[in-house]
Write a protein that binds this ligand. Structure first.
Ligand code: UDP
Length: 329
């Protein structure tokens, strides 16, 4: 019998790649998104398939799915520092109220639910690399606090549903992930640098550029999530690529990759921008038999190819999303 899976945030970057994977694995995929930050162009190639359907719905409202449901992947959330600044309350609501609704749905349907958590639960980490045992160093009231605390609450309520209701739950702590379908103008460093190179602008490095990140290619991330869903691992697990580098070195890599003759300019470091980030993936290796396969040079080449084929209009328009119509005062 065909297994049915609900994927929230389905029109977003990670959500759309997960839709592809589960459609290809012959699941019946129910995709859900309120399209505040997601974009239908990421999933339109799936619309005509018999095992794919899309619901335009905001999961902070009661979520109804008719019939049986075997799995839920909760990937709905703004996921870039610019989004948290523009839509802080939606960010808090989708991680808290949205997660509550989806846990309730999972309980009703006896479905296994996997929630997308984040390396942001470690905040600006004082322990390096970050293992799952580390409790984090988060500023609850800073600009990133709306995301960090929503995700920490999300982990907490998910564990409570597991312990109190016996729900089958999984928690993926997702570290920086990149690839085709990232939003060009969401402010994240990879689309920012590639967009700047393609437009012939200087590359904006924040702070002194000595802060570090570790970038995971999307196909590796999807494989990790897939394995986690079908494992019996209830405790949170890091999924990311430990290959760490400074943002300044990364900017220089982008200059080489794109052949741009532009230079690097330095801008102020945003508040609470973590100084270092690298996942400890010992647990994922042991429990899921998973580790990243795609090198940064291969992953970045594929990502650059994706951005290169965008139209001039897409490349030059500033943030195309107008959030204002979604905001109720
Ligand atoms: N960053 C940068 N220039 C940009 C955009 C981002 O130097 O134009 C830096 C940012 O300050 C951070 C790193 O790149 O240190 C990664 O930022 P991103 O927003 O991609 O992810 P996050 O901070 O959530 O890891």
């Amino acid at each position: 019998m065909t297994k049915k899976i609900l994927i929230t945030g389905a029109a977003g970057f990670l959500g759309s790649h997960l839709c592809d994977r589960f459609v290809n694995e012959e699941f019946h995929v129910i995709a859900m998104d309120n399209l505040i930050t997601g974009d239908l162009k990421n999933i339109q190639h799936l619309f005509d398939l018999p095992n794919f359907e899309f619901y335009h719905h905001d999961v902070t409202k009661f979520v109804h799915v008719p019939g049986k449901l075997d799995y839920i992947l909760h990937f709905a959330s703004p996921a870039s520092p610019i989004d948290y600044l523009k839509i802080p309350i939606q960010t808090l609501k989708v991680g808290s109220l949205g997660t509550h609704n989806l846990l309730g749905l999972a309980k009703e349907k006896k479905a296994i639910i996997l929630i997308a958590s984040t390396s942001e639960v470690y905040g600006d980490p004082l322990v390096h690399p970050q293992s799952e045992e580390y409790y984090g160093n988060v500023n609850a009231i800073g600009p990133r606090g709306v995301y960090d605390e929503a995700k920490r609450f999300q982990e907490s309520i998910t564990m409570a549903y597991h312990r109190f209701h016996g729900l089958e739950t999984r928690i993926a702590r997702i570290f920086n992930t990149y690839g085709p379908r990232m939003r060009l103008n969401d402010g994240r460093v990879i689309p920012a640098f590639i967009g700047q190179a393609l437009r012939g602008e200087d590359l904006t490095v924040f702070g002194d550029g000595l802060q570090t990140r570790s970038f995971c290619y999307v196909s590796d991330q999807v494989e990790g999530i897939y394995r986690l869903l079908f494992s019996n691992c209830v405790e949170p697990i890091n999924i990311g690529n430990p290959d760490e580098l400074t943002i300044l070195d990364f900017a220089n890599e982008i200059i080489k990759l794109t052949g741009t003759s532009q230079k690097i300019v330095f801008k102020p470091l945003p508040q609470d921008d973590p100084l270092q980030r690298q996942p400890d993936i010992a647990k994922a290796k042991k429990v899921l038999g998973w580790e990243p396969q795609v090198s940064r040079s291969d992953g970045m080449a594929a990502t650059y190819n994706y951005f290169k084929q965008l139209s001039k209009e897409e490349l030059f328009k500033s943030e195309h999303k107008d959030f204002s119509k979604h905001i109720r005062r």
